[in-house]
Write a protein that binds this ligand. Structure first.
Ligand code: AAL
Length: 396
């Protein structure tokens, strides 16, 4: 009885308190308003309206969680480090099936590590992506894949990429196919990662691929932010032109015997001809965070996954003009090196629909060194189709 009286007293007090609060018009309302209320707001609450697509994360079309599924069809020698598949391209749908291209290493031993680069031979890989070729696989459902063989092999020395060809992405342009990739001229660990971008082309996604044997996106001038490397080329079609987003590592130097920290940022190069020349955007770097590139047309603009590096890591960003990115959402467990299925990547869409799945990679490490990588599928709801009212109940 005593407890009951005590409880009802507390309840009455708290009800009175709530009523008093609601009467105060200056209080931020209990029901989170859809638009920014006209009242004094803390910096964080104001930013919740000014900086994001919607104040509630569930209404933010560029907020998502990531779900991962193991793929069927790829053999990894029981994970002994001698077979690796990583850095998948965007996925395209042609001839009734999905296609993906990726870096494949098949060496006798696992990588020996960049610190042992002086021991590298034509058979001993230093990094997971050293001594690799570009392979491709097809699938009917995106879960079970059939490896079809090599698409772009390492060319003979001294051609671009003789040491390793990696980290490719696909462009379809005027009925032909173009694979852009990093062309290594030295082992990783011996500054081989300071590599430019090369391209091969074909009439069919099944090849054969003809190497252009020229650098299509050169490194920046000495002193420029992208002087060391052009990585992760990622082509999309916009306004009748080819937009290639890429990443550069900079600060990749030693000073006074001390390794300076790597800084990763993204640039954009635009061209009319897939074999170049490409003109770098004057506002480069256009995205000051992230590692591997993953973008997709979204509404009028383009969205980017900024993973792993920089102050704005673990965000999805949006650029209505395809150049000036703003943070759209903060997310977690992002796919590494994601290659999504982007149905409107090359259609020059005026209103991008977004993405629902793709491939990414997971790495298995041995101490600090990557032993090998494995491709996996990710699913997301970064698509307008998912956010259409009729589809609102869809969940991954
Ligand atoms: C990747 C990419 C590039 C780097 C290395 C292989 O995930 O960012 O391709 O050079 O790691």
């Amino acid at each position: 009885m005593k407890t009951l009286v005590k409880y009802s007293l507390v309840l009455t007090a708290s009800l009175t308190c709530n009523i008093a609060t609601a009467a105060n018009t200056q209080d931020f309302p209990f029901d989170l308003p859809d638009t920014k209320p006209d009242m004094p707001l803390s910096a964080s609450t104001a930013r919740n309206y000014d900086a994001y697509l919607a104040p509630r994360q569930e209404d933010n079309e560029l907020y998502t969680q990531f779900k991962y599924t193991k793929l069927k069809g790829f053999d990894y020698n029981d994970g002994d480090g001698t077979i690796s598949r990583r850095d998948p391209s965007k996925i395209i749908f042609e001839n009734g099936q999905y296609y993906v291209w990726y870096t494949k290493r098949h060496t006798k031993t696992p990588p020996i590590g960049g610190g042992n680069a002086h021991l590298a031979t034509d058979e001993l890989a230093t990094a997971d992506w050293d001594l690799s070729d570009i392979w491709y696989a097809t699938s009917k459902d995106g879960f079970t894949w059939q490896e079809q063989g090599v698409a772009v092999p390492r060319p003979p020395k001294p051609n671009v990429g003789w040491r390793s060809v990696t980290t490719t992405d696909i462009l379809k342009w005027q009925g032909k196919y173009y694979l852009y990739y990093q062309g290594f001229m030295e082992a990783s660990g011996k500054r081989g990662d300071d590599c430019p971008v090369a391209v091969s082309y074909a009439d069919s996604p099944d090849g054969p691929w003809t190497p252009h044997n020229e650098i299509v996106i050169p490194n920046g001038k000495p002193g420029a932010w992208d002087q060391y490397s052009i990585h992760d080329p990622y082509p999309l079609v916009h306004k009748g032109k080819i937009y290639i987003y890429y990443k550069s590592d900079f600060g990749n130097t030693t000073k006074g015997g001390k390794k300076k920290q790597l800084v990763r940022m993204h640039g954009l190069a635009i061209g009319d001809n897939p074999l170049g020349p490409f003109k770098k955007h004057p506002l480069n770097p256009i995205l000051a965070a992230g590692h591997e590139t993953t973008l997709f047309p979204f509404k009028e603009g383009v969205a980017a996954l900024a993973i792993r590096d920089g102050n704005e890591r673990n965000t999805i960003q949006y650029a209505k003009d395809w150049v000036n990115f703003e943070i759209a959402s903060h997310v977690e467990m992002m796919p590494v090196a994601a290659g999504p299925y982007v149905p409107d990547a090359f259609t020059d869409t005026k209103y991008g629909r977004g993405i629902t799945w793709g491939l990414s990679h997971f790495t298995a490490v041995n101490g600090w060194e990557i032993n090998y990588s494995e491709l996996a599928r990710f699913d997301v709801d970064l698509s307008l189709d998912v956010h259409d009212p009729a589809m609102k109940k869809h969940s991954i």
